[in-house]
Design a protein around this ligand. Structure first.
Ligand SMILES: [Zn+2]
Ligand SMILES: [Zn+2]
Length: 77
């Protein structure tokens, strides 16, 4: 599904104007905090990376075992 509303800053598309507005206000101005250890994916919430790992890498996280390897925090930006 192609979005109708386009963020000028990061090229993301959104189906609704309100979603785009929320994105610009809460997401786009902030850097993603969490990153995938296996690829260049970045997420704003840890749960985003967790679901990314499950979808793209077919990995289920085991708390304390692979969480620190597969999810890193990009807090040092
Ligand atoms: Zn954006
Ligand atoms: Zn990944």
């Amino acid at each position: 599904m192609l979005g109708l509303y386009h963020c000028e800053s990061c090229n993301k598309n959104y189906a609704q104007k309100s979603t785009l507005a929320r994105h610009i206000k809460y997401e786009c101005s902030k850097l993603p905090r969490f990153g995938c250890g296996l690829c260049s994916y970045r997420g704003y919430q840890k749960t985003h990376v967790v679901s990314h790992l499950a979808r793209k890498h077919y990995l289920q996280l085991k708390p304390d075992i692979n969480e620190n390897i597969l999810i890193f925090e990009t807090s040092k930006y």
